[in-house]
Design a binder for this molecule. Structure first.
Ligand SMILES: O=C(O)CCC(=O)C(=O)O
Ligand SMILES: [Fe+2]
Length: 524
């Protein structure tokens, strides 16, 4: 799939160019064909004019008589030949052959991209109508969506069993539909989904009204007739409409005002994440850290007894105390970033997470990105950045994992998690044999236009990516137990592309190190 990393999606733009070329060639071929047909038409017309001016005189000429017969037999066969000559299949065949070379997104990609939009809509509280106008946070980013585009988003949500977003997007499709002069979807198609999902969201009366609208268009729509009866029975039981025959009950449920999702009770699909609300607030930049904590944060330079750090000390900014989380500035330069990105991209795979039951690595909706691993030996630049992590932290890089490079695509994110293995995850990192992930070093290799913060929900802390900087923290208490306060997440990317890379440092070999003047001590 391609939707999980923006870097991979770039290939799709060349695919689109190829399709534009193919379609253009096809239209040109069709135009040549139609031009030939027009030529025949003009010939036939002028000859008919001549003949009909004086039929008997015309036919008195044996050559004319012959030509008339010929025109209606063999000549006409040629015309028919051109009329049925269909160049379409040949062009489609040609595009199909290109499928092996060009990147084409799949249905899974369409679904993933739609789900990502819904995630962004929820996390960043984006208004459906504004989004459909191509606006993000008040700024116009893209062209308007058509009724058909909104309908497709609704349909994707429907296929995911997400009736909440189905209602929002089908509702928007209906609004757009009314004002569209060239219709991009039918009213019937919208109403079918909208009515049912409105019902699934618990709005029976509105669902019945929409079903009436649908039946006005398609009076014998079987499913709609069945649903209508079902909704009416429900409403009768609830006493919302009268018993059959007592009054003209149907009249109670005609649409008295235009359908508006704002008048409905809608509930977001529930999820298992307890800190969801706080997490999303932090992502939106709403929740600010306690000013008392913030006031005590300091900046300083790190030299760490490393010769080259004396020449070029690294600026360290404290982002949080207890647990200590710091940002190091300018610790990876643009050349190194370019090398790392270039090496990683061809190896990108959808990021996986460890299933806590089976221990298997598998893709999951709560982690959407692509990643690849680079070894220090592979390139001088990778070697140097790894050494720098060791120099700045004072930790031994021999027991650190390879550099993990990550790119987040549309709505790409990683929901709250721990980097260390919890007690029950006994098999994690067993193969490495270096113990748990004692510390995390996270390089920011791009800025992000909007969204994409690294947030710590338990600390009310949000770190905003700055290209060239890195975040660093210890995941474990000195006694080796995991520090739950380090729970963190990567917020969905709203606009832009986010690149990071991680160095996870393990416990082994760090026992006698004095890390970088940072007290490896969560009570600092
Ligand atoms: O991308 C980020 O901001 C955080 C990534 C992260 O937490 C991880 O990869 O473990
Ligand atoms: Fe993490």
């Amino acid at each position: 799939e391609v939707f999980t990393a923006l870097a991979d999606m770039e290939g799709l733009v060349s695919t689109e160019l190829e399709l534009v070329r193919h379609l253009d060639n096809y239209i040109q071929a069709e135009e040549i064909r139609l031009k030939r047909l027009r030529g025949y038409l003009e010939d036939y017309e002028s000859m008919y004019q001549e003949a009909s001016a004086d039929v008997s005189k015309y036919l008195a000429n044996p050559i004319n008589a012959y030509l008339l017969v010929k025109r209606l037999t063999s000549d006409w066969k040629q015309v028919e030949g051109v009329m049925t000559q269909n160049v379409g299949p040949a062009f489609i065949q040609n595009i199909t052959q290109h499928r092996s070379v060009l990147r084409f997104p799949s249905d899974e990609d369409l679904n993933g991209a739609a789900a990502a939009l819904m995630r962004l809509q929820d996390t960043y509280k984006l208004d459906t109508h504004a989004l459909a106008e191509g606006k993000l946070l008040g700024k116009k980013y893209s062209r308007q969506l058509t009724a058909g585009d909104c309908w497709e988003l609704g349909r994707q949500s429907y296929n995911n069993g997400d009736h909440y977003h189905t209602v929002l997007w089908m509702g928007e499709a209906l609004n757009k539909f009314e004002s569209e002069s060239n219709k991009t979807v039918t009213r019937q198609d919208i109403l079918e989904y909208l009515a049912f999902s409105t019902f699934k969201q618990g709005n029976v009366k509105e669902a019945l009204q929409l079903t009436h609208e649908l039946l006005k268009l398609v009076p014998f729509h079987q499913r709609a007739l069945g649903n209508k009866k079902y909704y009416e029975d429900l409403l009768r039981q609830q006493g919302v409409i009268q018993r059959r025959g007592e009054t003209g009950d149907e009249d109670n449920v005609v649409m008295d005002e235009p359908f508006n999702t704002a008048n409905l009770k809608l509930t977001k699909p529930s999820d298992q994440l307890p800190e969801r609300e706080n997490y999303e607030k932090l992502c939106r930049g709403e929740k600010l850290m306690d000013p008392k904590i913030e006031g005590r944060l300091r900046c300083r330079y790190v030299t760490n007894n490393v010769p080259y750090l004396y020449i070029q000390p690294v600026k360290m900014e404290e982002a949080f105390h207890k647990p200590l989380i710091v940002i190091y500035h300018n610790v990876i330069n643009d050349d190194e970033i370019e090398t790392v990105k270039k090496m990683a991209q061809p190896r990108f795979k959808r990021a996986t997470v460890q299933n806590s039951v089976t221990g298997n690595l598998e893709p999951a909706n709560y982690r959407i990105s692509k990643s690849a691993w680079l070894k220090s030996e592979e390139h001088d630049h990778v070697f140097k950045v790894t050494r720098r992590v060791g120099d700045v932290t004072g930790l031994d890089m021999a027991t650190a994992e390879d550099l993990q490079v990550v790119n987040y695509g549309i709505g790409g994110h990683y929901e709250p998690h721990f980097d260390y293995a919890r007690k029950e995850e006994v098999n994690a990192f067993k193969d490495l044999g270096w113990g748990n992930r004692v510390a995390t070093w996270l390089f920011y290799m791009s800025e992000v236009e909007a969204g994409g913060a690294t947030v710590f929900p338990k600390l009310n802390l949000a770190l905003w990516p700055q290209k060239g900087s890195a975040a660093f923290w210890y995941n474990l208490h000195p006694n080796g137990e995991g520090n739950e306060l380090t729970r963190h997440a990567a917020c969905p990317v709203l606009t832009g592309s986010k690149w990071v890379s991680n160095k996870w440092i393990h416990e082994r070999n760090q026992e006698f190190r004095h890390p970088c003047g940072l007290r490896y001590d969560t009570d600092m």
